[in-house]
Ligand binder design. Structure first.
Ligand code: NAD
Length: 413
């Protein structure tokens, strides 16, 4: 994963002509800590879990990134995701660097009290770095809702004062922001609208969505009234398909009642969703699902990446050859971190905004970022993914160069 992200960064560095000093700085994480968390289980035994936190870059501000609880969490994955966050916060021009953390654990095997102990133990292990001015965690896989509430409570207990700005994605009652729960889907939709002409998506353009969770549902609920036709969606246990456009309200009720979109309409196999004919394909579930082989079989005009890393670098080449444009994850799904930033600002100032103010600020930021990516794409005649990396790298490069470049130290400028 780390290799994949770096490959795209190196391509951007070539396009921009970035000085090797900048690449040297960006080649290494600022700090990566590993810890062992001894957890008392409900049966009285102790289980030791591996935990990590990587603060990749703080040249643009305090580091920002989620904490995930998943059995596959490793130090490499955490570093790659922290690097990814560095690029994402730069694309949407937030005054943040990038970070990520995680615990290698299967939360489905934990009781609620065991999950609480893991959440609090994580904060105790990394409490020194967690601070509103240094490193600001957020939810990620299997760390939503009450996990963040426990973490917020633990950091306050350790530092002996409320620290709402030290963690975002909090429940509203603990200083969370309105609009945070819908931010990723909202941001993806705002971004799509700003790119409608570039992607040549006319009235009635058809959309197929892989994954029908939190982000995808919000996105679909905004896209349908705007004139797009959601013709297929899938989740981990089924798919729904209607060429005339799915009834999203009825589909939502079916998913809430049965736990899946399967059995709602049509007889599409979930594995066939990615390669079905549609105008826009929206991967919103897993990373790496569009590899070289799948890329060759795609029948869409464009891709909007709500999931992190759904397209592999090898598939990028095939997409370029086939003229299928991908709106990259570091832009398309940045609405979540953009509203996390608004949460942090509200926590720091104590001034809490109504939902329409959050919507206005999110729209403004996503539109500005999308327009900046488009401008890079047009200036360098490159695709949107390369353009997003060029934009992010340019901003990081400016921050790194602000403390002096080789040219400056050699007295040449
Ligand atoms: P979620 O857990 O609510 O939804 C994920 C969906 O994917 C579920 O419907 C699940 O059934 C489905 N899924 C899992 N395996 C599948 C498979 N093999 N085929 C089809 N569907 C499958 O998650 P979410 O919050 O909506 O996030 C979705 C994606 O967006 C993830 O990749 C996440 O990393 C990314 N993302 C989310 C946020 C956010 O704030 N929610 C921010 C940035 C990126």
């Amino acid at each position: 994963m780390f290799h994949d992200v770096k490959e795209r960064l190196e391509r951007a560095a070539e396009i921009l002509g970035v000085h090797p000093d900048v690449m040297e700085v960006l080649g290494y994480p600022r700090e990566t800590l590993a810890a062992s968390l001894p957890i008392r289980l409900d049966d009285g035994s102790i289980k030791v879990l591996k935990a990590f936190r990587c603060r990749y870059s703080e040249v643009r501000g305090p580091t920002k990134g989620g904490i995930r609880f998943h059995p596959s969490v490793s130090i490499d994955e955490v570093m790659a995701l922290a690097f990814w966050m560095t690029m994402k916060t730069a694309v949407v021009d937030l005054p943040y660097g990038g970070a990520k953390g995680g615990v290698a654990v299967d939360t489905k095997k934990l009781s609620p009290t065991e999950l609480e102990r893991v959440s609090r133990a994580y904060i105790r292990a990394f409490a020194e770095m967690i601070d509103e001015h240094r490193d600001i965690p957020a939810p990620d896989m299997y760390t939503g809702g009450i996990v963040i509430a426990w973490m917020t409570d633990e950091i306050a207990a350790l530092k002996r004062r409320p620290m709402p700005g030290a963690i975002t994605g909090k429940p509203l009652q603990l200083g969370g922001s309105l609009g945070r729960d819908t931010a990723t889907g909202d941001g993806a939709f705002i971004c799509l609208e700003a790119l409608r002409d570039r992607l040549q998506l006319g009235e009635g353009a058809t959309i197929a969505i892989q994954g029908y969770g939190n982000a995808a549902r919000v996105f679909a609920d905004r896209a349908a009234p705007a004139g797009y036709r959601i013709i297929a969606v899938s989740d981990s246990s089924g798919a729904a398909h209607d060429p005339a456009g799915l009834d999203l309200q009825a589909l939502g009720c079916h998913k809430d009642e049965t736990g899946s979109v399967g059995g709602f309409a049509g007889d599409l196999h979930p594995d066939d969703l990615l390669t079905m004919p549609c105008d826009l394909l929206v991967p919103a579930a897993l990373d790496g699902v569009i590899d070289e082989a799948v890329a060759r079989d795609l029948q869409c005009k464009a891709i909007l990446e709500i999931a992190n890393g759904p397209v592999t670098p090898a598939a990028d080449t095939v997409l370029k050859e086939r003229g299928i444009e991908a709106v990259p994850d570091i832009l398309a799904n940045a609405g979540g971190v953009a509203v996390s930033y608004l949460e942090w600002v509200q926590n720091k100032t104590g001034d809490y905004w109504p939902a329409d103010e959050i919507e206005r600020r999110l729209t403004q930021r996503m539109q500005a970022a999308t327009e900046a990516v488009l401008a890079e794409a047009e200036q360098h005649e490159i695709d949107l993914r390369d353009a997003a990396y060029v934009l992010a790298l340019g901003r990081l490069c400016d921050a790194i160069s602000a403390t002096g470049t080789q040219t400056y130290y050699n007295g040449e400028g």
